[in-house]
Design a protein around this ligand. Structure first.
Ligand code: COA
Length: 431
């Protein structure tokens, strides 16, 4: 069938589209800044019609209204990652958390989490009858491919990106036209501590490296110190505005990449309109599914892959807790381990865990033992470099004693005496 005819025949209103969601359905929502806010609003307005609709989502950038206490009998959120709007619902027992590696999420849609309905956001169709998932291909693409019903908010403000993100419009069952600004992530404030961490991380990065950067002030601070480097590349779960300046000054060229030279390879994008304008119809940017971008075997095909991620606590043996404070789940594994493992198999690769030495200015993040109940995100077998504002600890392949020694040297000075006394008790040796 002519694709423009298909589009017209499958066009409907938000109100009518969400009536197709049935009690007991599993609904997967498009990820992060690509979340289809209008469809979610319409679904929540129709809450009285549903019982026990499971909402599967990862980074929630919107209001997460389906997590409100009064929504309890209508929706149950199943978070694959938690954030500000979903943590409380999980800690109060009104929602669930499912531990997972990001690159395996698409596979879950064929095993434990088959999808009834996918709610996503797309661009209007192009001249070839394709729409683009824009700022998120990640698990969103597989949700579209595997769902029994796909409802898409068509938003003219969504940038048209290439790679796996561009799909035939016939993959969508119902189109709901609604223009709205795409959710934006403002650049974070970079303080003195982040600058020092950024400078330490940058000292581990060499000309020609390919980078993976997480979200937040630390990755952006690292970028500030890379202006003197040459021919850096990007193969990253996500990028935000921070990379643009390095593209403009010719530091990020992607020229030396051993996998897809010349291309930015990402699975989602979070930034301001500046980033969205940069990626719009930019054939140098591939937005591919997370089952590809984050697969450690794919990551490892990039020589000299350097990953930079953050964490909550590191114990003296190098066990890294990144997603919970004790028993309280605050985020998720995300792509951290995908990239730590990919970097360790990459020829010349390195992985960096970068964090301030303290939390709230008074709690050491380097600790003798992780808080009771904390989930180990990156194991001590996988950990490579740990960086704070006080320096760099290289742990991979080191003994327990060498690790503890190195970690104490980058802890906040206030906490070093207590850590040293723990070291001496544990290793029966003076520091
Ligand atoms: N003890 C007590 N509280 C701690 C703590 C500790 N050791 N470490 C952090 N916190 C608190 C912070 O004070 C902050 O509290 P607040 O919200 O009341 O201000 C909260 O936990 C979040 O910490 P913060 O350092 O502000 O978080 P961040 O936004 O820099 O994110 C991680 C850090 C570790 C949570 C985040 O990087 C993450 O989730 N990582 C795992 C996933 C990942 O790496 N994905 C791959 C890249 S996208």
């Amino acid at each position: 069938m002519d694709r423009s005819v298909y589009y017209q025949q499958h066009l409907t209103s938000g109100e009518d589209a969400v009536k197709q969601i049935k009690s007991g359905n599993r609904v997967v929502i498009g990820h992060a800044c690509a979340e289809p806010s209008f469809l979610i609003e319409e679904m929540v307005k129709n809450a009285a019609a549903y019982q026990d609709v499971e909402i599967v989502h990862m980074v929630v950038m919107g209001k997460g209204a389906y997590c409100a206490p009064e929504m309890q009998s209508h929706f149950r959120h199943n978070g694959l990652f938690l954030g500000a709007t979903t943590r409380t619902a999980v800690s109060e027992g009104r929602a669930d958390f499912t531990p997972c590696f990001f690159f395996e999420v698409p596979r879950l849609f064929h095993t434990t989490l088959p999808v009834d309905v996918a709610l996503v956001q797309v661009t209007p169709p192009d001249e070839n009858g394709n729409v683009s998932l824009g700022v998120s291909a990640d698990y969103t693409l597989e949700a579209v491919k595997s769902a029994k019903l796909v409802i898409a908010q068509v938003n003219r403000n969504m940038p048209f990106t290439y790679g796996g993100a561009a799909i035939p419009l016939t993959e969508i069952d119902m189109f709901v036209e609604h223009d709205a600004p795409v959710i934006q992530l403002e650049p974070p404030k970079i303080g003195e501590v982040e600058r020092a961490i950024g400078e330490n991380c940058a000292s581990l990065i060499r000309d020609g490296d390919t980078l993976q950067l997480g979200i937040g002030a630390i990755p952006d601070a690292v970028l500030l110190f890379l202006k003197g480097k040459r021919d850096l590349g990007i193969h990253s779960e996500m990028i935000s505005d921070g990379v643009l300046e390095l593209v403009e000054v010719g530091v990020i060229t992607n020229r030396k990449k051993t996998l897809k030279p010349g291309k930015f390879v990402v699975t989602f994008l979070m930034g301001t309109q500046r980033l969205y304008d940069f990626v719009n119809h930019n054939s140098d940017v591939e937005v591919d599914p997370v089952s590809y971008v984050n697969d450690p075997f794919v990551i490892a095909q990039n020589d000299c892959l350097v990953s930079i991620n953050s964490c909550v606590q590191v114990d003296l043996t190098g066990q890294v807790a990144s997603e919970s404070i004790g028993l309280r789940q605050i985020s998720g594994t995300g792509g951290q381990v995908d990239f730590v493992r990919g970097a360790s198999s990459s020829r010349g690769g390195r992985s960096i865990m970068a964090m301030p030495s303290t939390a709230k200015g008074k709690i050491s993040k380097i600790v003798p033992l992780l808080d009771e109940g904390a989930a180990v995100t990156t194991s001590r077998n996988d950990v490579d470099y740990v960086v704070t504002e006080y320096g760099i600890a290289h742990l991979h392949g080191k003994t327990l004693r060498q690790r503890a020694h190195a970690l104490i040297s980058i802890a906040h000075p206030t906490f070093r005496p207590a850590l040293i006394s723990e070291f001496e008790k544990r290793f029966l040796a003076s520091y």
